[in-house]
Design a binder for this molecule. Structure first.
Ligand code: DGJ
Length: 744
């Protein structure tokens, strides 16, 4: 049993032996939070975990007329504002005709095997009922005539609980929702490090940390996309926790638009976490009998440090978020022509790239931006989804056939959500762009955003894309999104409905993804937003891989991929080898280091293979063969971060197969060290202490305990005087090791 209900005292305990989450109905009928953390054994009564203590002093505010009860200091489950709690609430909803402080009190509960779907929203799912249990708590506000349902799912074999809420208008008057968060959680103290992923274009998801302090600390997006700048991920880590040990709470929001993740530390050091759609600018008119469902919040508890948290997210997303057909599928090694040609290509150039790449063992050719309309640069044609016959006079079908003849699969780039002012589509439908007609528009990358809150626009894009998929037998789509939203109004929504725009927009995006992925389940989608500007679990639900960053520099990628791995599995991170000098940094790194970084993701190339030397071609052939040999391990294995690029000149990480019989280790050193110490070792993780492992390419054998406590011996580095004996040297060195258990 995963959910214990004490009906008499109205207490609920979700536990799977790894975590416990406990709450109850307080004496005013609202929900109070009791505990979240390491599993506790079940007992009938947990109510002593909450003291109804009203602090003494001049500013005490009691609830109703009960002198022994005030909300100001109580830990609650889904708080409102306007009563005796002065912190930021989870819910704010009102009638347009009368004033009222929300007061949702307990009505009933329901238990479900497995996990119900969230209507129109991406969310974790179960395939078999035994994989999880769901508790729904039904609360009512009599005055508003509204029902609030809080959903809690606990997964059987993972330290994971997911939460969401929905509000149903049961009355005869329209309601206005100003805030409805996915989850609120009151932790008893503030002794945490607020750990999150921040960045910008080309340097996404760098790890940032700061101690929680009194007041509000938050991360958010108001850009209409989850953004390059803040990822909807947050970890609250005990200060003493490390990568491998200690307590960490991880949170991820399954949503791709405006979000808020906030911790408010009050005057008694209670830390209130609030996660949900950003309330700024949000206002939803809830018609009679209508309901509003929030996106889902994933909560992971780890007592095995940050690695334990990440592994729980990875396993959850692999098994319960990515679509079924991609869980076990082998993802093709791809070549993308963007950095090879940019907009300057013709059929011959593309076919030559495909032929040359196919000889190297690469499996999928992706034609990026510039194949449609009259798009010779980024100033035109978005929306005109028909082939540019000036570049490809024989059409897309002919190109697709020629690519197929090379033995490669064919993939195509789209940016469905955009419209160029200089396009046929804009001349026909100027009112399809997001904005305020008659007022100035802000351009981003010379383009405007299509109003995906409108069904007819989503339908139009569906027809265009589905037509091309059918005609060209596409195997892959890269779905890009290159600007954030400004003047975010829909010309078709009434003024009082504009607060619904951002959410309606992303529902339109999800709808298009949903229809395309259902109708064409064999097409692999890779999401992208100017690189990693929408790398979030909402997108991963539809597109099992995402272009991690436009920055393909191997050294920059160490930080980007390291940070991304906090929440997202390796097999979701598009990672490619590109030409040097690198187009984003102008840095030149060895070809092997570029591959060694890119192996730890969904591998590919972003260069012109026709321009490679024979030696480089031979190396790439080996790299491709190497990745093919190990991609199942990268897909299914447990990932361990060993050395952080944010703290060291060296970075290291590894993947260990679930049965611990093999492992792949990546080690990278940014700058060379003069006069380094003679013998350097790298301590590994996750191996079986008792197993004997052999390092591929050498005769060396180690036991697991030795590798984890002493370490793997690294090659000796160049050392001025005795340089002759060095096995490596220079900047940007790296090494990938493959360990295999010795047969008994
Ligand atoms: C941004 C993407 O991240 C790039 O990979 C490329 O597809 C360009 N857009 C094309 O415009």
């Amino acid at each position: 049993m995963l959910i214990h209900v004490n009906q008499e005292d109205r207490q609920f305990h979700l536990t799977n032996g790894k975590v416990s989450y406990i709450f109850h109905v307080m004496k005013n009928g609202q929900l109070g939070h009791l505990y979240y953390g390491k599993a506790l054994r079940q007992r009938e009564d947990f109510s002593h975990l909450q003291a109804y203590d009203v602090p003494t002093g001049a500013t005490t505010h009691v609830y109703g007329d009960d002198p022994a009860f005030g909300l100001e200091t109580l830990r609650q489950e889904y708080p409102a504002y306007g009563n005796s709690d002065f912190r930021e609430p989870a819910i704010s909803v009102s009638k347009t005709t009368a004033n009222h402080v929300p007061n949702f009190t307990y009505e009933s509960y329901q238990l479900h095997d497995g996990k119900p779907n969230l209507d129109g929203l991406p969310a974790t799912y179960t395939k078999e009922n035994h994989e999880a249990s769901t508790l729904q708590i039904i609360l009512k506000d009599e005055f508003l005539q509204a029902e609030l349902i809080l959903n809690y799912t606990i997964f059987r074999d993972k330290p994971v609980i997911t939460r969401s809420a929905s509000l149903i208008n049961k009355g005869s008057e329209e309601l206005v929702i100003e805030r409805l968060m996915g989850a609120s959680l009151d932790l008893p103290d503030k002794d945490f490090v607020f750990t999150h992923l921040a960045g910008a274009w080309s340097r996404e998801r760098h790890v940032k940390e700061r101690r929680l302090e009194t007041g509000i600390q938050s991360i958010f997006s108001l850009r209409g996309a989850s953004s390059h700048h803040h990822n909807p991920f947050l970890a609250l880590k005990r200060p003493e926790a490390t990568e491998h040990a200690g307590e960490v709470y991880g949170f991820n929001f399954i949503y791709s638009s405006n979000f808020l993740m906030q911790v408010e530390v009050d005057h008694y050091d209670t830390a209130r976490l609030t996660v949900g759609i950003h309330p700024f600018g949000f206002k939803w008119n809830l018609k009679q009998q209508a309901s509003f469902q929030t996106p889902e919040v994933v909560m992971v508890y780890s007592n095995q440090g940050l690695n334990g948290m990440s592994q729980a997210f990875h396993a959850l997303y692999r098994e319960h978020l990515m679509q079924e057909q991609w869980k076990q599928a082998v993802r093709p090694i791809l070549i993308n022509n963007w950095e090879a040609t940019y907009f300057d290509f013709n059929e011959e150039k593309l076919v030559n790239i495909a032929k040359s790449a196919s000889e190297l063992g690469i499996e999928l050719f992706v034609l990026d931006d510039g194949w449609f309309g009259k798009r010779n640069d980024d100033t035109s044609s978005l929306g005109d989804w028909h082939v540019d016959l000036a570049k490809l006079p024989n059409g897309l079908e002919s190109l697709a056939e020629k690519i197929a003849a090379t033995g490669m699969k064919f993939g195509l780039w789209f940016e469905p959500e955009m419209i160029s002012p200089n396009s046929e589509l804009f001349s026909e439908h100027p009112d399809w762009a997001v904005g305020i007609p008659g007022q100035p528009y802000t351009l981003g990358r010379n383009q405007l955003v299509l109003d995906f809150s409108r069904q007819e626009i989503v339908d139009y894009l569906y027809e265009k894309m589905a037509g091309i998929i059918r005609k060209t037998n596409l195997a892959y789509i890269k779905w890009d999104m290159n600007r954030n939203m400004t003047e975010a109004f829909s010309p078709k929504l009434a003024v009082h409905q504009q607060g619904e725009f951002f959410h309606r927009y992303i529902l339109g995006v999800y709808d298009l993804y949903d229809r395309l992925t259902r109708e064409f389940p064999h097409v692999l989608f890779e999401s992208c937003a100017g690189g990693g500007g929408r790398f979030d679990p909402g997108m991963l639900y539809y597109a099992p891989q995402a272009w991690t960053s436009d920055d393909t520099d191997a050294i920059e990628r160490l930080k980007i991929q390291y940070g991304t791995s906090f929440a997202y599995p390796l097999y979701s991170m598009g990672s490619h080898v590109s030409a040097v000098p690198n187009h984003q940094t102008l840095r030149s790194t060895p070809l092997q280091t570029r591959a060694n970084a890119a192996y730890f993701g969904t591998f590919g190339y972003e260069l012109d293979p026709v321009k490679l030397t024979e030696e480089e071609r031979a190396d790439i052939k080996e790299q491709v063969a190497f990745y093919k040999e190990h991609r199942a391990l990268i897909r299914d294995g447990h990932f361990y971060r060993l050395m952080s690029p944010f703290a060291n000149n060296e970075t290291a990480w590894m993947v260990v197969s679930q049965d611990q019989s093999e492992a792949l280790i990546g080690w990278y050193k940014v700058l060379a060290t003069p006069n380094p110490k003679k013998q350097q070792t790298l301590r590994l993780s996750g191996l079986d202490e008792t197993k004997a492992y052999k390092v591929a390419g050498s005769e060396r054998m180690y036991f697991g305990d030795e590798l984890m406590n002493v370490g793997l011996t690294l090659p000796t580095e160049f050392n001025g005087v005795n340089g002759g004996s060095a096995e490596r040297g220079g900047d940007f060195q790296s090494q990938v090791y493959y360990l295999k258990q010795l047969e008994k």
